[in-house]
Every structure is written in C-alpha cells, then in structure tokens.
Design a protein around this ligand. Sequence first.
Ligand code: URA
Length: 433
Amino acid sequence: MRMYDIIMKKRNGGTLAEEELRFAVNGYVTGKIPDYQISALLMAVWFQGMNDTETAVLTDAMAKSGDMVDLSPIEGVKVDKHSTGGVGDKTTLVVAPLAAACGVKVAKMSGRGLGHTGGTVDKLESIPGLRTAFGQQEFFDIVNRTGICVAGQSGNLAPADKKLYALRDVTATVDSIPLIASSIMSKKLAAGSDCILLDVKTGSGAFMKSLEDSIALAEKMVAIGEHAGRKTAALITNMDIPLGNYIGNSLEVIEAAETLKGKGPEDLTEVCLSLAANMLYLAGRGSMGECMAQVQAALRDGSALEKLVEMAEAQGGDGSVIRDTSLFPRAPYEYQVRASCEGWITRMDTEAVGISSALLGAGRTAKEDSVDYSAGIILKKKTGDYVREGEALAVLLASEKTLFGESEKVFMGALEFSGQKPEREPLIFARVE
Ligand code: URA
C-alpha cells in the first residue's frame, strides 16, 4: 500500500477503505509516514469530506493508537460529558458534581485551554493545591470513594489525535466536520465511559459558527459513539454570547461555585441543569422529567455543591475556597471598560471576547505558555442589555496594568450597538441522539 495512492483516492472524491485509513494513522504515529503526506491527506479530507463509515474507522484507529482506558474497576454507570469549547464555558465544574451528586459516576479527563477557549484543567488548578495528574489506580480510587474525579488527559490517550491535531492547527484543516468529530470522539472512546453527553457549541465563540454545521457535527459524533457501543447524545447550545458573566480560570470556578449555591446567572444555570439531566437520562436514571427533577433537587439541597468540595479535597485541593469564594486570590489590577455610546448591545463576537481575556493572561497562545489564574473579565452587560454612555460594560482583571490597553481594544471591537432591542436567542437549540 502506498500513501501516494491513498492521498490521490481521497483527492479525487473516493471512499477510503478501512485498511487504507489504518495504514495512514498507524504509519503516521510510528513515524513511517511523513508530515507532508498526512497534511495532503488532511487537506483532501477537508475538501472531499468522509462518509460515516470512514469517520468511524478513522476514529477507531485514532482511539486505539494509545491506551484504551478500562473503567470496569469503577462500580456503576460511568458518564462522560464533553464540550466542543467556548468562552466562559465552566459547565463541567457545575454539571459533573450535579450528576455525581445524583449517583452516576463521573471519571472524566479534561483538557487545557488554547486560543480563545478556556480549559477545565486550568480552571481546576486555580484551586490551591488541587492536582489533575493521577496514576490509574488513584484515579479509580477517588471515583469509587467520591463518585467523581476530573483529571488531565493522560499522555498516551489517543496519541494519533495529538499528532494530527498539531498538524491540522498549522495546515488550515481544523474546521472539518469529520476531522473534528474523529478527534473528539477518539479521546472520548479511549477514556472508557459507558455514556457520552456532548455539548456542541454553536455561534461566534464556537468552532462551528452556524447551527447547520453544529447539528451536522453533533450527528456525526453521536453516530460514532453509538457505533462504538456507547450511549451518546448531544445538546446544541448557544455560544454566540459568553456563558455566564465570568471569564478566566479562578473567576469561572467562583461563578460555578455560586451557581451550585443557587446564586448563578440564569443562562449558566439553565444550560447546566439540562446537561446534567441529560447525563442522568443516558445513564438510565428515569424519564427526562424525572432526571431534571433529580438534578434540580441536588442543586437546591446543596448536595452538588458538597460534591464539588469533596472532589476538590479528594484531588488535594483546598475545598474552603469553594464554600467561600472570596478566599480566591484577586488579581492586583482592575480596569473598568465603559460604553462610549448609548443603545442596545446587539452582538458580541464571542471569540474576540475570549481573545480579550486571553490577552489579560487568562489564556495561552502556545501549548507551553502558563496561565494567570486570577486574570480575566467580569461582564457587566451582554447581548440584549441596554447601556448608557459611560456605563461599565466589563471589568478587566490582570497582574500587569500594561495588559489592559490591547485587551480593551479587542473587547470593544467585539461589541455591536443599535437603537433596536435584539431578539433573544435560545440557549439550547436542539438535542441530537
Ligand atoms: N477539539 C478537539 O479535541 N478536536 C478538534 O478537532 C476540535 C476541538
């Protein structure tokens, strides 16, 4: 078999056979096939797409390129949840304890932030002392004891994805539905949970900017999960506006903790309750209505908040900062962004808002960068709000005053104003199963 022929077949719109896809993935991981040939294949896929069988085989080959985690030492039904990434998306910090408080097991691996999106591992590590790196036995023990553990991704989980993603990042081939679907699902399948709930973000802060593409991505991922014998569903949720009001690492932990105390913003609370109810539903915990009632009760009675504290402490962290979020170190400098005109905010370019937060130190532009846990943005106004000239739109937080100028410029460039109140968009557009 020759890589040249595989590239040409896909370039000309052909369907790749299972052995051709496995040959390409395995050859790339073992270093026998060079970057330039895989780059050409990725570009051919970008233009020609892949059918469901090709995508499922590619995913399976990527998942099996490293460890396939066996979660059977953990008792009970294991449910995973994955977000395709967004701005202010702290849902895992709320949803995982909600689901675990209701009795399903959450043995989850999460990633770090890159570019305009944040990552759960960075957010969790803003809790003093908290660890996200565990040996397998310790990970199993924590989940068996507490029902929940959110760890960083182990080094040998889907190594093919790691290599392919790095190549896609520099060859303009990230935004391809079969490539995103296989990338995400290879890690989810390798991570071993019985059920997978996908939170597919749509809008200006998401990878998929249009609802149509988001639904197509969700359908592909659900098909891959079901084909692999995992119960899989997806919610398509709004990322045309940041979720909640806090953006940044410790800032998002603070907002998540307040949400678990019943004092969170409405949008975040509603999306989190729906995600958690869907996790329970996948785990067979009753009808959707019954699952929603269970998660609402876990929010109301404080058991989900206690679960987050228990998880933080089991992972070596200081749980007292969750109970009293004023104990989190506050960034030394703050800057108020004020409106220079009057009117309704009709649009927020959410990717730009995420970049504005990253510029304050909350995010990284290269994988090896460190993040400033206390940096970020507190939004005072969002799409649909009316503002008067001079009114505060947001508070920027950083460790150096010099970071405010560029960040404010990007933030202001993200906003559009008008004399007309915009229509309110739904928070959840669709459910795919
Ligand atoms: N997240 C991933 O893990 N992979 C992609 O391709 C895009 C988002």
